[in-house]
Every structure is written in C-alpha cells, then in structure tokens.
Design a protein around this ligand. Structure first.
Ligand code: NAD
Length: 484
C-alpha cells in the first residue's frame, strides 16, 4: 500500500470501540510500516503518559504485542476537550501542528469520530471554525455509525459535514464492509462463472441472510432502547450484505462503479407499505431464557436501563424483494437479533430444486443445493450437493464441500478499513446515496409499524427468534437453514 504520513485525530479516545478495536488495528498498521501519529481526544483530563498506558493496556488485552511497543506508544498524544466547546479546539490545533512537524506528517489529517452520534455535526463545524481543516495536506473524516436516525436527520448531518468535507473526503464506516468474507462476495460471484451464470431468478429459489448474536443489550442499553434492531443492524449491515449479494457486475472494479451498482440494488428494493407490512416484517424482543451454555439470562425488559414496558425490537426478520430483471420473484429473507442460539453471520443461497421426474422416484433424499458464505465467526464457503449413497442402489445423500479460512492472523475489519482510508480508497465505506436509500427503506417500515401497531413477538433467549419468523418462510413452503 501507499504509506502516506498522517496525523490521526481520534475523538472518543477513551471509549470502548477505541480500546477494543482501534488501538489493536493501529498497532498492526504501524507494524506494516504505516507512518502516522495519533492525538487522542476525550473529555477526561489525563496526561500523555496516562493515555499511553491506556494504549498499552488495550494491546495487552486485545492483541499480541512485541518489543517495539514503546516506539509505538511514543507516537500517541492526548488532548482533553469537551467537544462541544469551540474554544478548546485552538489548543488542539497547536498540538496537531506540533505533532505534525515533530514526525514530518505533511499536514495530512484524518479526523476519526468515535463518538456518540449527536457530536458528529458539532465536531465537524468546530474543526472548521478552529482552522484545523485549513491544512495544506489532505483531510479526511471518518465517521462511525449510526449516520442519522432517519432520512431527515441523516440529511441534516450530511449537510453539516458537507460544509466542511467533500464527499470523497468522508469515510462512513460500516465495519461489515471490512470483513474478509463480505469483501469476498464479489470475488466468489464475479470470478467464478459457475456461480455468476446461475446467479439469478431462473436458478435461485431464495436468499437467506442472518446475523445473530448471543449477547444481550449489555452496556449499550440506553442507546439501544431508543434504537432497536431495525436501525442498529438492518439499515446498515443487513442492507449492505443484500446489496453486495444482489448487485450487477460493475463495469470496472473501481470505487464509484462498485458503489453505483450497490445503489441500483437499493433503489430496486421494494418499499414495504403499511398494507403489506404484516406479511413481510417480524419484530421480536427477547424474554428470559436459557442459553446453550446453560446460563439463564434476563429478558430484555428486565435489563438495567431498559424501560419496563419497552417496545424496542431486539430481533427483526423480513422478506424483501428486489424489483429488477435479475431478481424478480426471488425472496431475500433477512433476520438479525440478540440473545439468539449462536453468534453467526451467514448468507445462504438456495438454488431451485431439480426437475421432478418419475424416473428419479427412488432418489429419496434430494436436498436443494446451497451455497453458504460464512462471514463470522468462521470465515469460509460451503457448497451443499447431492451424491449417491455409498454401496446402496438409488439412495442419495447430501454432501458438503467446504473451504474454511483458518488464518486467524489475518487483518480484522477495522485494520482493513483504516488502511483503506490511509490509502484514500473509499470503496468499502458507504456513499451518501447508499445511506439515503437505506434510510428511505427503513423509514417506510418505521412508519408502517407506527400506523399498523404491529405486535412485538416475544422469543425466548437462546432461541432463533419468535415463531412468526419461522412462519414467514413456512407460508412460502420454505424454512430457515440451520446455521453452522
Ligand atoms: P463510548 O461511550 O465507550 O466512548 C465514547 C467516547 O467519547 C469516550 O472516549 C468519551 O470520553 C468521549 N466523549 C463523550 N462525550 C464527550 C464530550 N462531550 N467531549 C469529548 N469526548 C467525549 O462509545 P463507543 O462504544 O466507543 O462508541 C463510539 C462510536 O462508535 C459510537 O458512534 C458508536 O455508535 C460507534 N460504534 C461502537 C461500536 C462498539 O462496539 N463499541 C461498534 C460500532 C460502532
């Protein structure tokens, strides 16, 4: 890659995401000869050395560390600031100028906002007011999710940051786009003619995309209770996986061409109206139950910082249609939730059945062909086929061909995404029109939920969601394939 010198100004430097994901990722990038220094910004009043101790602790907890750790942490500086207070940014600019000249960073600046979303717009405006964005090098804004709460607020946020940064300077993070197997979808599809030639409504029966968690709401309770699974997972990660699975081959494998094709999919996703919401979207909430490891866990409404009568959904299942030539008639079922049986993200492509023919009558156990893309925790690909049962006449049995990526030393999502950003490659970040179309789709669901008073279906912790999520497929003569 291109190892451009950069000052990374990280807002929210004492937060959970920074400690769990960003510091380990930065350490690995440093070991790959990337040339950067970091200024951590947060409210707490601590010294550079206190901050460096936080970095060391993060590396000890979340990654391997070598002898070079002292060199690494010497590149970290800290600046205490309440990000809403404009005056404080002057001192940040001085520190930034100082770090820049000390390490020869050419006034290239990456502003990474790992903050609560209400700060995204004010920080951007304060960066401009303080002159931090009048630098002679390049500038980039990396922004965590969620990008707005609906189309209107996303639009306002977008306008605010566009006053300061151009679209190609904005890197909206959807960390699923940094995952190995999500990035692999395009290769699996477009580099393999045996798949691409049948990747359409003539050969595919349905697509099932699941992202399940075993964790409950945990420490994010107060955030989550006014967010829910639709906004937290469907608007971003789930729709991105739908778009990558369904998109046309781009004319060139260049950033904007790829994003253009994803946008076309999002434009073709049929809006769910108030009239057909009941048959298409299930919302659920977990109750007390027993997890597969034997732990009995609280129901959502019993969790700390959750309202006793909370109607927030912790589970969503939906049936989507993509109204274009390739996908007409093929349902895309998606489901995501907390406190489910397993932690897993998978994309299952179910192919149509072999033609029914009396001649094949004694083939008694034919299963549909499935191509499964395992996104997490295991990374890999499996293909389910039918074969003859050994030493029997006429009987068949399902067999599975599997590829599993067991190279756990590979980069993680945040490492790839920060590297891309350093390199100026925004392919795996969401462009504004993708965000806007996703919100439009999600807003129509929220509106329909409000108008129709759709029931919140309870599901026991440790299960795969409410019965209604099974019925969603059952009435189409289908079922969810078990996760592996
Ligand atoms: P957090 O609450 O753990 O940390 C927030 C950080 O912001 C802290 O460093 C805090 O000091 C700082 N902060 C808060 N108010 C401030 C103020 N007024 N002035 C200066 N600093 C202030 O949050 P987090 O979990 O690290 O999440 C950060 C962002 O990343 C959020 O947008 C979140 O939605 C997103 N995100 C988090 C995760 C995750 O796993 N934690 C995953 C995906 C996205």
């Amino acid at each position: 890659g291109n190892k451009q010198a950069t000052t990374l100004i990280l807002f929210g430097a004492t937060g959970d995401l920074a400690k769990r994901k960003l510091y380990p990722a930065l350490y690995r990038l440093y070991k790959k000869q990337n040339h950067f220094a970091v200024i951590g910004v947060a409210r707490r009043d601590i010294s550079h050395d206190d901050f460096r101790a936080i970095i060391q602790e993060s590396l000890e907890n979340y990654t391997h560390r070598d002898d070079d750790i002292q060199d690494f942490v010497q590149k970290f500086f800290y600046y205490a600031l309440d990000v809403k207070e404009t005056e404080g940014y002057t001192g940040l600019k001085s520190l930034c100028d100082h770090v820049d000249s000390e390490f020869g960073l050419k006034e290239n600046r990456m502003f990474y906002l790992s903050l609560a979303p209400e700060f995204f717009a004010p920080v951007t405006l304060n960066l401009q007011a303080s002159g931090l964005t009048d630098n002679s090098g390049w500038k980039k804004l990396v922004i965590e999710k969620p990008f707005g709460r609906d189309l209107k607020s996303a639009n306002e946020l977008n306008e605010a940051i566009h006053n300061v940064f151009k679209e190609d300077e904005i890197y909206r993070i959807d960390h699923y786009l940094g995952k190995e197997m999500v990035q692999n979808i395009q290769v699996i599809r477009f580099a393999n003619p045996i798949f691409e030639s049948i990747w359409n409504n003539r050969y595919i029966s349905n697509v099932q995309i699941t992202s399940s968690e075993t964790l409950g709401v945990g420490e994010r309770a107060s955030y989550y209770d006014h967010t829910g699974a639709l906004m937290d997972m469907v608007q971003n990660h789930m729709l991105q996986m739908v778009a990558l699975t369904a998109m046309e081959p781009p004319s060139r494998f260049e950033t904007e061409d790829i994003r253009d094709e994803k946008v076309k999919v999002l434009r073709s996703v049929r809006q769910i109206t108030t009239d057909d919401i009941a048959g298409h979207i299930i919302k659920g909430q977990y109750t007390r139950g027993t997890m597969p490891n034997g732990n009995v866990v609280k129901g959502y409404r019993e969790e700390d910082n959750i309202k006793e009568k909370s109607m927030t959904e912790t589970f969503v299942a939906a049936k989507l249609f993509i109204d274009n030539f390739r996908w007409a008639g093929v349902p895309f079922y998606i489901r995501t939730g907390k406190r489910m049986t397993v932690k897993s993200t998978e994309i299952v492509i179910q192919f149509k059945d072999a033609p029914q023919n009396p001649y094949f009558n004694n083939f008694n156990d034919i299963q549909p062909n499935l191509l499964v893309i395992h996104v997490q925790p295991d990374e890999g690909l499996s293909l389910k086929l039918n074969a003859k049962k050994f030493s029997s006449s006429g009987d068949t049995m399902p067999i599975t061909m599997e590829f599993s990526n067991s190279d756990l030393t590979g980069a993680d999502a945040y490492e790839r995404l920060i590297q891309d950003c350093l390199n100026g490659d925004s392919t795996n970040f969401t462009r504004w029109d993708e965000v806007a179309l996703s919100w439009e789709f999600v807003d129509s669901i929220t509106k329909a939920w409000n108008e129709k008073n759709i029931p919140l279906d309870r599901y026991e912790s440790g299960s795969m969601g409410p019965a209604s999520a099974y019925e969603l497929l059952d009435k189409d003569g289908l079922h969810w394939w078990p996760l592996t």
